[in-house]
Design a protein around this ligand. Structure first.
Ligand SMILES: [Zn+2]
Length: 278
């Protein structure tokens, strides 16, 4: 799964078979509301526009090629199905297919936003052997941007620190998170963000896992850290509340597709029970 290097397709044969990730604007084509993506031969899609401008082989899913086509803002009459944005798609797709859809979206978002050279201003064109755009004027080459961000479960005994972020839906509690600044190690970002957002010191920072997050091009890197010092004092420009929670008194947490949920469940399941009698 996701083991193949992505390649640009310069000409699609009408008989080419694939699972198709077809975007118009920021929306993806589903043939029903159960999350079924179009599949089969290219000619069966009945697309009237030329897809060769942005068309990439992403990888394979269960032996089927996965191909993204960007229709940009093209007028397309669907014979069947609907256009849904990626957040809606997240609730419908199996995790592996959502990962592929996120990959597809990041490729076309990159091509759309690199039409001109950032160095000399001339036109750029996608190169064929990898996902990159090159300027014919000065030779500058650009690759898709990935913006790393960390999230961290701060653990104290059998409790985890969860916060309500102003940007999230009301009531959802999650672990703290923040973007990596230039020149910073990921562990430094973890310690800085916890201190900035809730005024706590942490120690024993260890890696948990990672997840590409295509809104629009983040890489979420998840950590666990132990509480070391301080009292909770929230940054009110970012958070509305923050507190310690145990597994038996858990508030509403993020949905099943997010690594933040896996992280919260993991730390609470492996938490050390606190013996109040001592
Ligand atoms: Zn240039």
């Amino acid at each position: 799964m996701l083991a193949q290097k992505m390649k640009k397709i310069t000409k699609l044969h009408p008989d080419r078979k694939a699972i198709w990730f077809i975007f118009k604007g920021d929306q993806l084509w589903f043939i029903d509301r159960e999350g079924t993506l179009p599949s089969g031969q290219f000619k069966q899609l009945n697309l009237n526009s030329d897809p060769d401008n942005c068309c990439y082989h992403l990888d394979y899913y269960q032996q089927s090629a996965c191909i993204v086509i960007d229709l940009q803002q093209g007028e397309v009459e669907l014979e069947q199905g609907d256009w849904l944005d990626l957040r809606e798609a997240m609730a419908l797709l199996a995790p592996e297919l959502f990962l592929m859809a996120g990959r597809a979206w990041q490729v076309i978002n990159f091509i759309r936003t690199h039409r001109f050279c950032g160095q000399c201003g001339q036109s750029m064109i996608p190169i064929k052997w990898e996902v990159a755009c090159q300027c014919h004027g000065c030779g500058h080459r650009a690759y898709p941007r990935v913006s790393p961000a960390v999230m961290m479960a701060v653990v104290k005994g059998d409790q985890v620190l969860l916060a309500q972020n102003k940007r999230n839906k009301a009531g959802i509690h999650s672990v703290l998170a923040g973007f990596v600044e230039v020149g910073e190690t990921l562990e430094q970002t973890v310690a800085r963000e916890v201190m900035e957002e809730v005024g706590l010191g942490v120690t024993n920072i260890r890696y948990f896992g990672s997840q590409p997050w295509p809104f629009p091009h983040n890489m979420m890197v998840a950590y666990i850290a132990d509480y070391a010092s301080g009292e909770i004092k929230i940054d009110k420009s970012e958070l509305t509340s923050a507190d310690w929670f145990s597994i038996d008194k858990l508030p509403e947490i993020p949905g099943h597709h997010s690594i933040s949920r896996l992280l919260i469940e993991h730390v609470l399941k492996s938490a050390i029970p606190v013996d109040d009698s001592i």
